[in-house]
Design a protein around this ligand. Structure first.
Ligand code: PA5
Length: 441
């Protein structure tokens, strides 16, 4: 197993016997998920995607990525929510903190309506060779649709309409939606968001794979890792099944009144895995007035800010630490002639072991402070383990939602802000709401 769980430090709150006693209940939830008999079961295409994926499209993804790597300095990836977070999470986790060689820069757009962001990116791109991957299942989401207009205009100005079309890759529904219609009309190369896979479960379809492959990451390894996570989650016995143990633990802690889960990492490059995870769990579980609120922190950085609340604030949370056992790089600490900062006792120790002791010390302190702690460990950051981890989270999320009693695969709540925004923007068809809302502002 590429993700190991340590649940020793939830024992004061959820004794081991109690956790292991949740076996049958958790198996039942897994059965509902795998046999597709629960709510939202028409969105379970992701479960076997590592086997069922379209091999012809997969080869085209690699080819398109190769072309982008040859003819572009920047790939602008336009999408929001599930149409961007998976790729962003994988790319951030895998790339070096500081560039070591000239690589295609992957820049995300359409995930914000910030005019400053768009204007400054347009300026940045003026003298760059670039391509666009526009990703939208519906093809009508406001943020990416607005961004696509802006960046397409620049691309067409730079290369002419016909050549620009060869630099635009559209990932969208196979048949319907505005983006599909435009792509067909303009002759863009297209990739498909499968009908039965929702945005937050789509990172290993073309949605995530094209930008990830364009960034130079080995997508074969990612897929292999995800496939192994599927096999392990479906087949392993409860006691040996990190994925089910994680789902059962977080659900049981929630049932004991802990409403917030903080996903913590000591490696800043994993912070977008946390962002992706927050969407996954937040959108899947947060409905019908239920669900754990997913939050995230990066330690030890945030121990100097939010650490106070976690240690002594309102007791509403448990922590899940995402631990990378072996760092990509390490540094041996030396002694200094004059020990003014009194750090010479660290001589000969490596920086990662200091980070790890910060982690162990914090876990114990937080447990003493009333915050149960789970650790999910991967050996090292590589494409296989990241693929494994993301599938692990999706599967445990599905199981968890069925344990909580909600449909993991819809998101009715995200429509409310859109209706208000359209009315306030005076979009045709929303007239009746406009005056009413303006009065309330
Ligand atoms: O998980 C989801 O379904 C959402 O986050 C969507 O991915 C997001 O709203 C983007 O939608 P679309 O791909 O239709 O533009």
């Amino acid at each position: 197993m590429s993700v190991k769980i340590n649940y020793k430090n939830i024992a004061n709150f959820l004794p081991k016997e109690e956790l292991l006693g949740l076996k049958e209940k958790t198996y039942a939830a897994r059965k509902v998920l795998v046999e597709k008999t629960g709510a939202g079961n028409d969105f379970l295409g992701w479960i076997n995607w590592t086997v069922d994926y379209d091999k012809e499209e997969y080869a085209r993804i690699k080819k398109a990525a190769e072309k982008i790597r040859k003819d572009s300095e920047v790939l602008v990836v336009i999408g929001i929510g599930g149409s961007y977070l998976g790729a962003k999470a994988v790319i951030e986790a895998m790339k070096n903190y500081f560039p070591t060689e000239k690589e295609v820069e992957i820049i995300f757009a359409g995930q914000t309506l910030s005019s400053t962001y768009a204007a400054q990116l347009l300026k940045y791109l003026e003298n760059k060779e670039f391509s666009i991957n526009v990703i939208s299942k519906s093809g009508t989401t406001t943020e990416p649709a607005v961004a696509f207009r802006l960046f397409k205009e620049l691309l067409e100005k730079k290369y002419g309409k016909a050549d620009a079309a060869k630099r635009i890759y559209a990932t969208t529904d196979k048949a319907k939606g505005a983006l599909r219609v435009l792509a067909t009309k303009e002759g863009y190369e297209t990739f498909i968001v499968p009908d039965d896979i929702g945005g937050r479960y789509s990172w290993f379809t073309a949605v995530g794979l094209l930008p990830i492959a364009a960034s130079g990451i080995n997508i074969d390894d990612l897929m292999k890792g995800a496939e192994q996570a599927r096999v392990d989650a479906i087949n392993n016995e409860f006691e040996e099944n990190s994925c089910l143990l994680y789902a059962a633990s977080r659900n049981a802690l929630y049932n004991k009144g802990l409403d917030v889960e903080i996903l913590v990492s000591y490696e800043p490059k994993l912070s977008f895995i946390s962002e992706w995870w927050k969407q996954l769990y937040g959108e899947s579980e947060g409905k019908d007035n239920k669900g754990v609120f997913p939050a995230s922190l990066v330690y030890s950085t945030d121990l100097h800010s939010m650490g106070q609340y976690v240690q002594e604030g309102k007791r509403i949370m448990f922590e899940t630490v995402l631990n990378v056992e072996r760092p990509e790089e390490n540094i041996i600490l030396k002694k200094e002639e004059v020990d003014l900062d009194q750090l010479n006792y660290l001589e000969g120790k490596d920086l990662d072991s200091v980070n790890k002791m910060a982690m162990q010390g914090t876990i114990l302190a937080h447990v003493d402070g009333g915050v149960p702690n789970l650790v999910l460990a991967i050996e090292e950051i590589n494409a296989y383990n990241i693929g494994y981890l993301l599938y692990f989270f999706m599967f445990s999320c599905g199981v968890c939602c069925y344990l909580t009693g909600v449909n993991p695969f819809n998101q009715p709540g995200v429509e409310s802000y859109k209706k208000n925004m359209f009315a306030l923007l005076e979009k045709p068809g929303y007239e009746a709401m406009t005056e009413e809302l303006k009065k309330r502002l």
